[in-house]
Design a protein around this ligand. Structure first.
Ligand code: ADP
Ligand code: MG
Ligand code: MG
Ligand code: MG
Length: 756
C-alpha cells in the first residue's frame, strides 16, 4: 500500500510549526515532481511490462474457530529467507516479492519482477499466481490457512484474533478493532492516528444492512452490546438498518487486486489512464466479492466505499459541513483546510489527464469537482506543465502528507529523491493511479488499475488480470474511445456497489467506441494524398474529432447498458469489449492453445455478467442464506463464519470442485506434489519450451498510425473491419469457438512498435 520509509514518524498536531512542515513537504513534493518530469518527459519506446498485486488474510485454525493470525511479518520474513537461500544456491526463479499490508494478518504478493509484453506472459500468469499461493501455504503449515476472501467476515466481532485482543487503543480508538491488528511498521499506526487527528474524530463508515425476513431493524444487538464509548468526539452508534464501522482496518483490511502497466511513453500513459477510468466501476461490479462486513450481510456487494470511508481524513470544512475551520481542544491553531473537498483520498478519479493532442478528449468530460492546490497549480503551469496534467497533480496536492519522518524533511535533496512527491501520491488511493518514473529512471511511465476485488482462486484472478491486460492492448490498437464525463463514472460507481449490480443494474457506457472505423473510411477516401504526405497523425486536425467548439450535447454519446452488453456487444453498432479482443487475437494470429486459455477467462467473466455463474459476492450470500445455522436475520454466526472460511479455503486450494461457482473450470489441488496446472494441460512442454515457441509481442501500437506508412492500408483496414464484424456477431461466448483467419491472410508477423 504505497512506499515504506523507515524513521521516526511525526504525530499530527494542529500547531503552527507542524503545519509549516506540512507546507514544506507539499511545496517540495511539487518541486520533486517537476524534477522527475523534466528528466523523463521525453523518454520513449518503453516495452509493455505489467504486474499484479494480490492481498490475502492469514488465519489460524483454532479449537474456537477460524481466527486472524497476526503473523504476517514473520511469514514474510520466512518467505524472504527462503528466497535468499534459493538465490545462494543459484535458483533465481523465485515466483514472488512479498510485501507487508495494513493488517498484521495480511500479506501482499507480487511477481518477483514484472511480466513482459508477450503472449506467453498471459499464460504464465496463472502458474505464477499458483506458485505464490503454494509458497505461502507451505510456509504457514497446517495450523494456519490463507484466505482470499475480500473482507474477513467476523472482523470487528467478538474475539476474532488469536491470541484474543481487546478492542480499542489510542491509535484508532475503535469500539471494535484492537490496535494490535495494525501492522507493526510505524507507517501504518501513524496513518491511522493521523487520519483521525486531522479529521478531528474517528472515521465513520456506514453500510446498508441487508434486510432479510427476520432482520432486526436495530441491526445486531451483539455489536451494540459491545460498544464502550471511549472518546467524546464520536458517539455514533449503529442506527437502524446500518452497519457501522469506526476504524481504518475495516477498509484497509480488505483484499484488493491491482494491476500496473508500463506505457510506451508519457502520452500513452495518459491515454491508458483516461481510457481505463470508465471501466473501473464496471470491473468493480464484475469482480464483486464482499457481501459481509462486521459479521453481517450488507446490502452492497463490493468493498470500495468502506475503504473510502476508512481513510477519509477530511475536516468539517473539507467535508463542507462547516464554513470556518474550528480549533480542537488543546490545539494551537485551527484545523487545516479552508475549502470543501468532494471525495475521500480513496475514491474515483476526479479528472482525465488527456494529452492535448488526443482527439478523443473534450474538456466537457472533465466535469468533476476538481479542487486544486492553487500554489501548486501555479508552479506547475509556470514550469510548462499543460493544463490537464497540471490540474491532476495540483489536485493530488489538496491532500496533506499523513506520514512524515522527522529525519527526512529538509534534508531531502529534491534533485536526488522524490519521497515528498511520493508521500502525497501514495496516499491518493484512486481507482486509477498515474505513476511517473522514479529519478533512478529504472521504470517507465506506468498506470495502475485499482478497482478490482480479490478473487478466491488463481484461475479467477488470472482471468480478471489477463482480460485487463488485453483490454489495454485493444484500447491502443484500435484507438478506442471510452470517454464519458467524470460525473457519469461516479454515477456508475454508486451503482456498482448495489447488491447484484452485475445483473440488476445498467451502467452508462459510450455508444461509439470504434474510432478506427471512421479513420479507415477517411483514409480510404483520402488514400493517396494522405499517404504521400508525411503521415497525418491522430491529432486535433482529424475530422473525426470534434473539438469543444463543434461538440454536440455529450449526453448523446453514452447510454445505459448491462455489463453483459458492455462485454459482448449491443445492437449493430456497439461491438463490445470481448469481440474486439477476439479480433485483436486474430490479427496477432495467436495460437489455438493460447486462445483456449484466454477463452476460459473470457467465458468466466461473461458467464458472471449473464448470470449463468455467480459472482463471489452472490455465491457467498447464497452460502450464508442456505446455511442451516442462518436465522434469516442477516447475522453471520461463528458457525457460519467458520464453515464459510473453511469452504472458501477449500475452493481456493482446489480441494473441492464447485461447478455451481466455477462452471467447468477445475482447480487442481495446490497440495498436489507436482505443480501441475490447468494451463500445463493445455500447453505442451515446459515453460521454457513454450517461451521459445512462436511467442509474440502483444503489440499495442495504434493500428491507425501503423497503416499510414503501409502500402496495403486499404486491404488491412478492410481486413481489420471484417474481423471485428465477424466477432461482433458473437453474443453467446461460452459456445463460441475461436478460429484463426488464415484464409483472410491476417498479419504474418507481429511488427513490434519498438526498435529493440
Ligand atoms: P504499489 O503498491 O505502489 O502499487 P507495487 O510495487 O506493490 O506497487 O507493485 C506494482 C506492480 O507493478 C507489481 O506487480 C510489479 O511487478 C509491477 N511492476 C514493477 N515494475 C514495473 C514496470 N516497470 N512496469 C509495469 N509494472 C511494473
Ligand atoms: Mg496492497
Ligand atoms: Mg503494492
Ligand atoms: Mg498497488
Amino acid at each position: 500500500m504505497g512506499f515504506l520509509e523507515a524513521g521516526t514518524p511525526m504525530r499530527w498536531e494542529d500547531t503552527k510549526k507542524y503545519h509549516e512542515i506540512l507546507e514544506y513537504v507539499i511545496e517540495h513534493g511539487i518541486i520533486q515532481f517537476l524534477n522527475v518530469y523534466e528528466k523523463v518527459k521525453d523518454r520513449k519506446n518503453d516495452v509493455l511490462l505489467w504486474g499484479d498485486e494480490l492481498e490475502f488474510h492469514i488465519f489460524e485454525k483454532t479449537e474456537h474457530g477460524m481466527k486472524l493470525a497476526l503473523i504476517a511479518a514473520d511469514t514474510i520474513q520466512k518467505l524472504k529467507d527462503e528466497d535468499e537461500k534459493a538465490l545462494k544456491n543459484g535458483d533465481e526463479s523465485s515466483a514472488a516479492t512479498w510485501h507487508p499490508e495494513y493488517g498484521a494478518w495480511m500479506i501482499e504478493a507480487t511477481p518477483s519482477g514484472p511480466y513482459g509484453g508477450f503472449v506467453n506472459d498471459l499464460l504464465h500468469l496463472e502458474t505464477n499466481l499458483r506458485k505464490r499461493r503454494k509458497r505461502i501455504i507451505d510456509v504457514l503449515g497446517d495450523k494456519y490457512g490463507l484466505s482470499a476472501l475480500v473482507s474477513w467476515p467476523l472482523l470487528g466481532v467478538g474475539s476474532f484474533t488469536n491470541p484474543p485482543l481487546k478492542p480499542g487503543g489510542d491509535v484508532s480508538e475503535s469500539y471494535f478493532l484492537p490496535d494490535g491488528v495494525i501492522n507493526p511498521h510505524p507507517r501504518f499506526a501513524t496513518l491511522t492516528r493521523n487520519i483521525r487527528l486531522r479529521r478531528g474524530k474517528k472515521v465513520d463508515i456506514r453500510l446498508p444492512l441487508f434486510q432479510d425476513k427476520r432482520t432486526d431493524e436495530k441491526a445486531s444487538s451483539r455489536t451494540n452490546a459491545e460498544y464502550v464509548v471511549r472518546s467524546s468526539d464520536n458517539l455514533s452508534e449503529e442506527k437502524a438498518k446500518e452497519v457501522y464501522m469506526d476504524a481504518m482496518g475495516f477498509g484497509m483490511g480488505c483484499c484488493c487486486l491491482q494491476v500496473t502497466f508500463q506505457a510506451r511513453d508519457l502520452q500513452e500513459s495518459r491515454t491508458l489512464y483516461d481510457q481505463l477510468a470508465p471501466l473501473c466501476p464496471i470491473f468493480l461490479a464484475l469482480s464483486a466479492g464482499s457481501p459481509i462486513f462486521k459479521g453481517m450481510l450488507v446490502d452492497t456487494d463490493v468493498r470500495w466505499q468502506v475503504i473510502a470511508g476508512s481513510v477519509d481524513d477530511r475536516t468539517p470544512v473539507n467535508l463542507g459541513v462547516s464554513k470556518t475551520p474550528c480549533k480542537l481542544p488543546g490545539a494551537e491553531v485551527p484545523q487545516r483546510g479552508t475549502h470543501s473537498i468532494g471525495k475521500s483520498r480513496y475514491d474515483t478519479i476526479d479528472s482525465y489527464i488527456a494529452d492535448l493532442n488526443d482527439s478523443r478528449f473534450k474538456p466537457e468530460y472533465n466535469d468533476g469537482n476538481l479542487e486544486v492546490n492553487p500554489k501548486a497549480l501555479n508552479v506547475l503551469k509556470e514550469n510548462g506543465i499543460d493544463c490537464n496534467l497540471a490540474k491532476h497533480v495540483a489536485h493530488l496536492f489538496v491532500r496533506d502528507p499523513l506520514v512524515i519522518f522527522s529525519e527526512r524533511i529538509k534534508g531531502v535533496d529534491d534533485k536526488q529523491f522524490t519521497e515528498h512527491f511520493e508521500n502525497i501520491q501514495s496516499t491518493n488511493w484512486n481507482t486509477m493511479r498515474w505513476k511517473p518514473p522514479g529519478l533512478d529512471v529504472k521504470t517507465g511511465w506506468r498506470v495502475e488499475f485499482r478497482p478490482m476485488e480479490k478473487q478466491l482462486t488463481d484461475f479467477e484472478d488470472a482471468a480478471y488480470i489477463n482480460i485487463i491486460v488485453l483490454i489495454t492492448r485493444v484500447i491502443l490498437f484500435f484507438d478506442l474511445n471510452f470517454y464519458v464525463p467524470i460525473s457519469i463514472i461516479d454515477k456508475n460507481m454508486e451503482r456498482a456497489h448495489d447488491r447484484n449490480a452485475i445483473l440488476e443494474k445498467k451502467f452508462y457506457f459510450r455508444k461509439d467506441l470504434f474510432v478506427l472505423e471512421k479513420q479507415c473510411e477517411e483514409i480510404s477516401e483520402l488514400g493517396p494524398s494522405l499517404l504521400s504526405g508525411n503521415g497525418a497523425s491522430h491529432t486535433k486536425s482529424d475530422s473525426s474529432s470534434p473539438g469543444p467548439s463543434d461538440s454536440k450535447d455529450i449526453s448523446d454519446e453514452y447510454e445505459e447498458m448491462t455489463i453483459a452488453e458492455i462485454l459482448t456487444g449491443k445492437g449493430e453498432n456497439f461491438p463490445g469489449l470481448f469481440p474486439l479482443i477476439h479480433a485483436y487475437l486474430d490479427i496477432m494470429q495467436v495460437d489455438d492453445q493460447t486462445i483456449d486459455v484466454i477463452l476460459s477467462y473470457m467465458s468466466l467473466l461473461v458467464s458472471r455478467a449473464q448470470g449463468t455463474l455467480p459472482t463471489e459476492a452472490t455465491y457467498i450470500r447464497n452460502f450464508v442464506q442456505n446455511h442451516p445455522d442462518y436465522k434469516q436475520d442477516s447475522i453471520i454466526s461463528e458457525k457460519i463464519h467458520n464453515d464459510l472460511v473453511s469452504h472458501c479455503e477449500k475452493i481456493s486450494n482446489g480441494e473441492i470442485s464447485v461447478p455451481e461457482f466455477l462452471g467447468k473450470n477445475k482447480i487442481i489441488p495446490v497440495h498436489q506434489e507436482e505443480l501441475e496446472h490447468r494451463i500445463d494441460n493445455v500447453l505442451s512442454g515446459s515453460a521454457a519450451e513454450s517461451l521459445s515457441r512462436d511467442n509474440k509481442r502483444l503489440r499495442g501500437a495504434s493500428f491507425h498510425e501503423e497503416i499510414q506508412s503501409d502500402k496495403r492500408f486499404l486491404y488491412r483496414c478492410s481486413l481489420v473491419k471484417s474481423l471485428v464484424e465477424k466477432h461482433k456477431k458473437m453474443r453467446d461466448l461460452p459456445g463460441y469457438k475461436h478460429t484463426i483467419n488464415n484464409s483472410l491472410g491476417a498479419f504474418d508477423t507481429t511488427p513490434p512498435f519498438l526498435n529493440i
